[in-house]
Design a binder for this molecule. Structure first.
Ligand SMILES: [Zn+2]
Length: 469
């Protein structure tokens, strides 16, 4: 095990408040309904406050019933060949594969991109439940290598504040050096290629409140990260050949479930900075880089889509990640030509799965939102995972972690993309590898459109050469 790739993000003395802005550890989709683990974040504080606990049991989008039963479609005939029926103890939500994706004949050609992983989270340094006392050594390098073994070749790390955007860029640099120094060993499994977002999560916009100078200094830090990450040097010159690490602006949007972190007014006031960031990156690269938005929407009663509708001309595209909305929410996002990010939180109930089944194939993206949003045995989607797709040696508690274990119960990781893929494929009665091919194409269109263009240009020039011969 190599040196810890990162330190816990909590203050060194838990008795003393950190002077850093509050960290809620990413999207925390799970925190609003079951009080999931809360390293480095506010869920612990919320758990200790009965008044705030009441907020946590508010109905979510995903608890609504399907509005129109007539719209429910029957799963199509499976293209994937042999399949077993799903668990008989719960209503059928799809078809569980007869063979694990890990043993699929085309597994070797599988390519996955986790579009949302919170790799800065303290859990990857062994710190759980708002403690800065590690329960086990930092193991992010092992987590990343497991992801590679499970065909995750790209990961987009989610950043949720100016500070996190800076820290993520440092982490990426550190991992890249670590990778370079270990690549001499033939047996070493490489890390997936890592990228990041730059932006302020809606529950963190209160960190931008204050004097205009204070807001501007945060914005300037975000601009610096975004420009550096798209290949603009300190001299303001754009280098198209520089490795691009920033592939989206966000995570941004609105979250009215957790107003104790940032008020509606604060969220509304600062959403526009993300559109400014898109514009700045576009301007500094002569229009070559048009970053998509990485979006978050919780319980906003249509205000989120209204804001985006008004701003739609100002950004190329975007993804509503960790989607748990209703069929109407899906429709509204599709009308704005947005993509939909699906993770374990999007697959909790039969109603969630029905919505996921209705996402047009060319609009679907997959993610884990790790370390959150794992697919649990109590979730409807769990029945669609083949038993062999689960890690064989899972530490039951952080304390039982060992070098050999393949994960920790309650801590999600990018390698679990194969499970998300298997559930969505099962729900749609599709072959998982065919589904992954389409999702990969969508992912490239959203985050790496220049690579898509380049591939198309190469292919057309190859065809022209072939005709001449
Ligand atoms: Zn989110």
């Amino acid at each position: 095990m190599s040196a810890p790739p990162q330190q816990p993000r909590q203050p060194t003395n838990p008795q003393q408040p950190s002077d850093k802005p509050p960290s809620i550890g990413g999207c925390r989709c799970e925190s609003s309904d079951n009080g999931a683990p809360s390293p480095g974040g506010k869920t612990q504080a919320v758990r200790n406050n009965p008044a705030q606990n009441q907020k946590q049991v508010k109905p979510q989008h995903n608890q609504r019933k399907h509005p129109n039963p007539a719209k429910q479609q029957k799963p199509a005939q499976s293209k994937g060949g042999a399949a077993a029926s799903s668990s008989s103890s719960s209503p059928s939500v799809g078809t569980r594969p007869a063979v694990s994706i890990l043993n699929h004949p085309s597994f070797s050609s599988l390519q996955l991109c986790d579009i949302g992983a919170n790799l800065l989270d303290g859990m990857y340094s062994g710190c759980y439940h708002h403690s800065n006392q590690p329960k086990h050594p930092a193991d992010l390098d092992a987590v990343l290598r497991r992801a590679t073994q499970r065909k995750v070749s790209r990961i987009i790390v989610t950043a949720g504040s100016a500070e996190e955007s800076e820290e993520t860029m440092e982490l990426l640099q550190k991992l890249s050096s670590q990778q370079a120094s270990s690549s001499s060993s033939a047996s070493s499994v490489p890390f997936p290629s890592l990228y990041t977002t730059v932006g302020v999560h809606p529950t963190r916009t209160s960190g931008l409140d204050g004097t205009p100078e204070h807001t501007k200094s945060h914005f300037d830090r975000l601009v610096a990260c975004a420009l550096r990450g798209v290949g603009v040097g300190a001299d303001g010159k754009y280098d198209p050949s520089a490795k691009r690490t920033v592939v989206a602006i966000g995570e941004c949007g609105m979250d009215f479930d957790r107003l104790h972190f940032s008020s509606k007014e604060s969220q509304r006031r600062h959403f526009g900075i993300h559109l400014d960031l898109v514009k700045r990156a576009e301007g500094a690269t002569g229009g070559k880089v048009r970053l998509p938005l990485f979006l978050h929407d919780r319980n906003t009663s249509g205000e989120f889509t209204q804001v985006l509708r008004e701003a739609r001309a100002q950004f190329r595209t975007g993804v509503v990640h960790s989607f748990t909305g209703s069929m109407e929410d899906l429709q509204a996002a599709l009308e704005l030509n947005l993509y939909i990010g699906v993770n374990g939180c999007s697959l909790k109930t039969a109603e969630n799965i029905e919505v996921v089944r209705n996402i047009p194939l060319d609009r679907l993206l997959l993610e884990t939102d790790a370390p959150w949003c794992e697919i649990r045995p109590t979730h409807a989607g769990y029945t669609l995972i083949h038993p062999d797709t689960h890690p064989k040696l899972l530490a039951k508690r952080p304390e039982s972690w060992s070098v050999e274990c393949e994960g920790v119960k309650g801590r999600n990781e990018p390698g679990a993309m194969v499970q998300v893929l298997e559930v969505v494929a099962g729900a749609r009665n599709m072959d998982p590898v065919e589904l992954a091919e389409q999702v990969w194409k969508n992912t490239m269109q959203v985050f790496w459109p220049d690579e898509v263009e380049q591939d198309a240009a190469t292919k057309s020039s190859d065809n022209a050469d072939a005709k001449v011969q």
